[in-house]
Ligand binder design. Structure first.
Ligand SMILES: Nc1ncnc2c1ncn2[C@@H]1O[C@H](COP(=O)(O)OP(=O)(O)O)[C@@H](O)[C@H]1O
Ligand SMILES: Cc1ncsc1CCOP(=O)(O)O
Ligand SMILES: [Mg+2]
Length: 273
């Protein structure tokens, strides 16, 4: 695909999110709930942090996409995640798994592998998380929620996970990588300071769910668009920020205010393989 086509695709996806305001159920970690919800709202989507397994049968049939993030997983939360994912998958609704800090324990790794069995549309992690989930590294090679690997070091792991799971796999980092196991796309938007705000990775994964909701049949393209939009918001936010705390605010404002000219001139997407 030509770079111009990628740019117009990014803008088309963002306008569709703004127009359709998809309802995104988020079962995410305690750290990220606020930033995930505010990211989705500023992009035009409608987040709902509905966690209880008791509410899944009533609520999940009405959503447009589901986001599951295991960042503060406990045994109590896993049944809700599984029930919501199973129902979403059964009803043909897209769902995103963020295996946050997957290799911090055997419990978390096992839970994530079980969630992968429920066929997420997209798995979004950082380099270390994707390497761990694909089975390319043993437990213990982790700093927790932060990555010890460049995203580009995880390309082969991402391709292998995409092929074994059937999901599109997205690896965030300096270059965001998106692959369906065959195509490998690089998104070169974003800024290093985004790593210094907790939950930017989670918010990105939540945003991917909103973009999937408006283009469920093209998960790779929708994921690439969400990653580019979030990265551009970070770049614009950094121009106004004094540090991570004000970047957090300006990122949300910039996402809300993105216009066509800015998007078309800032998108940086290349084919890597
Ligand atoms: N070195 C970097 N340069 C540009 N953007 C980055 C860099 N590191 C992270 N980002 C961006 O920050 C956001 C969060 O990614 P990341 O820090 O990898 O997630 P996580 O918090 O899950 O580890 C993404 O939009 C990513 O593109
Ligand atoms: C710090 C932390 N600890 C458990 S979850 C979490 C947030 C991680 O967020 P992100 O993956 O977006 O950095
Ligand atoms: Mg993360």
């Amino acid at each position: 695909m030509e770079s111009k086509e990628w740019s117009s695709g990014v803008w088309t996806h963002l306008t569709a999110v703004r127009r359709q305001s998809p309802l995104v159920q988020c079962i995410t970690n305690f750290v990220s709930m606020d930033l995930v919800a505010n990211t989705l709202l500023s992009a035009g989507a409608s987040p709902a942090m509905v966690h209880s397994v008791a509410e899944v049968p009533d609520f999940t049939p009405h959503i447009h996409a589901l986001f599951v993030n295991v960042g503060t997983l406990t045994p109590d939360w896993l049944p809700s995640m599984k029930a919501a994912a199973e129902l979403a998958a059964q009803l043909g609704k897209p769902w995103v798994l963020d295996p946050a800090a997957v290799s911090c324990s055997g419990f978390r790794l096992k839970a994530c592998l079980e969630l992968v069995e429920i066929k997420p549309s997209v798995i979004k992690g950082n380099g270390s998380e994707i390497i761990a989930l694909s089975g390319s590294a043993s437990q213990g090679q982790t700093k927790g929620a932060d990555s010890s690997h460049e995203s580009t070091e995880a390309i082969e792991a991402a391709k292998s996970l995409a092929l074994s799971s059937g999901a599109v796999v997205a690896v965030s980092g300096a270059v965001d990588i998106v692959t369906d196991g065959k195509r490998v796309i690089g998104v070169h938007n974003g800024t290093k300071m985004m790593q210094r705000i907790t939950a930017t990775g989670c918010s990105l994964a939540g945003l991917v769910a909103a973009f999937l909701a408006v283009d469920p049949l093209q998960p790779l393209e929708a994921t690439v668009s969400a990653m580019s939009v979030f990265g551009i918001a970070g770049e614009l936010g950094e121009e106004l920020a004094n540090g991570p705390a004000s970047l957090r605010m300006h990122l949300i404002d910039s996402l809300y205010g993105l216009d066509e000219t800015t998007v078309l001139s800032r998108v940086k997407i290349t084919r890597l393989g």
